[in-house]
Design a protein around this ligand. Structure first.
Ligand SMILES: *Cc1c(COP(=O)(O)O)cnc(C)c1O
Length: 372
């Protein structure tokens, strides 16, 4: 028996061997939208039309499956469409879902409108509090949605424990694992039914592709609903974007391991300077113990700091770029209170940091001199 390959190897190889005809070591981009039949009028490899069958897109999906240890994957036109399709596919009027009180702003906002428009009942719960999750579950609960680590305080939810609670209540568990990445956490192995990624972020990793992804533990009826939604609504990923995403995933481990290492060091050095830091790798973070249990090889590249004059601080920076989004090779800093606009629940003092691949000392020195 041959030994199974490590995820690092699977990522680097991206399921690709040399092209048998040309010897090319890089996979092609299949731009064709339609696929001809053979001389016997049979589809070639079952392919007819690009929406579900584009070979470049399928190749990115296969790699995602391998990285998450899933049975099937779908890539989508954005992380938002990946996320919203789950709620739209799995919930009907009168159903109930448990959703996180702390989490990605645009999803939380959309959920409020979705709930009102479609008479779906939602409980916004602190999913790190298992008793609160248990108390929120009802006979009509169909879905528990968790984001971990979660924007903006990087709360870490115990996936295995919540999966157990959800399953005993007859509900499915879906995890937005955008900030953990398969490098640090494998939600499906911990019992989640579905993993969602804003592939725009770490999976692609270069701030040049908008994409979402869903990976399922098993191919079942619920998965077929998600396939159906993408098939009929067509929020597909184009082949060029899928190719770029796959290229990005080939360096996922090297990037994320380095980003997490720098983030931990920055979190420690900023704490030593007296700055208030939210980072699950710090022993004083409220979910540090769960993070240690659940996250392998690091705690991710995202942290938040609290400073008295956040906007003044950002204006003084030379290395960090003042921009939204996260997970790219360039370090970004954002004042979320400004980005979220009127009624933002985010404390004014908070800055969100996405640690890139610059030298850790340059990142620290930039912040330290702006702080002094
Ligand atoms: C960015 C993000 C999303 C949304 O993804 P898009 O690709 O921007 O639509 C969802 N969840 C998290 C945690 C994100 O960071």
């Amino acid at each position: 028996m041959t030994k199974p390959l490590h995820p690092e190897t699977l990522a680097a190889k991206a399921g690709y061997d040399r092209d048998r005809e040309t010897g090319a070591v890089v996979p092609p981009i299949h731009l064709s939208t339609t696929y001809a039949r053979d001389d016997a009028y049979q589809l070639i490899g079952g392919r007819d039309y690009t929406r579900d069958k584009n070979p470049t897109v399928l190749s990115a999906e296969r790699l995602l499956c391998e990285l998450e240890g899933g049975a099937a994957a779908l890539v989508n036109a954005s992380g938002m469409t990946a996320a919203t399709s789950v709620f739209r596919a799995w919930l009907r009027p009168g159903d109930h879902a448990v959703v996180p009180r702390v989490g990605y702003f645009a999803i939380r906002n959309w959920l409020q409108k979705f709930s009102a428009d479609w008479n779906v009942e939602l409980d916004f719960v602190d999913t790190t509090d298992l008793a609160a999750v248990a108390a929120a579950l009802r006979p009509t609960t169909k879905l528990v949605w968790v984001e971990t680590p979660a924007n903006l305080t990087w709360d870490v939810t115990d996936i295995a424990a919540v999966a157990d609670l959800a399953h005993r209540a007859g509900a499915r568990l879906a995890v937005d694992s955008t900030c953990a990445t398969p490098v640090h956490t494998k939600p499906l192995e911990l019992g989640a039914d579905l993993v969602m990624h804003a592939a725009t972020k770490y999976l692609n990793g270069h701030s040049d592709v908008l994409a979402g992804a869903l990976v399922t533990r098993v191919r079942d009826e619920a998965w077929a609903e998600l396939e159906y939604i993408r098939h009929v609504e067509g929020a597909c990923l184009g082949p060029v974007e899928a190719w770029l995403l796959q290229r990005g995933m080939r360096t996922l481990f090297a990037r994320v391991e380095r980003q997490s290492k720098s983030a931990l060091s920055l979190a420690q050095r900023l704490t030593e300077r007296g700055v208030t830091v939210d980072y699950p790798g710090l022993p004083h973070h409220p979910h540090h113990a769960v993070a240690v249990k659940q996250m392998r090889g690091g705690f991710g590249g995202m942290l938040s700091i609290r400073v008295a004059q956040p906007i003044e601080l950002v204006k003084k920076l030379r290395v960090w770029m003042p921009a939204t989004s996260l997970g790219g090779v360039e370090s970004l800093i954002e004042h979320r209170h400004t980005a979220e606009g009127a009624g933002s629940p985010t404390p004014f003092e908070l800055l969100r940091l996405s640690v890139g691949l610059e030298h850790e000392d340059d990142l620290f020195d930039d912040l330290a001199s702006a702080l002094s």
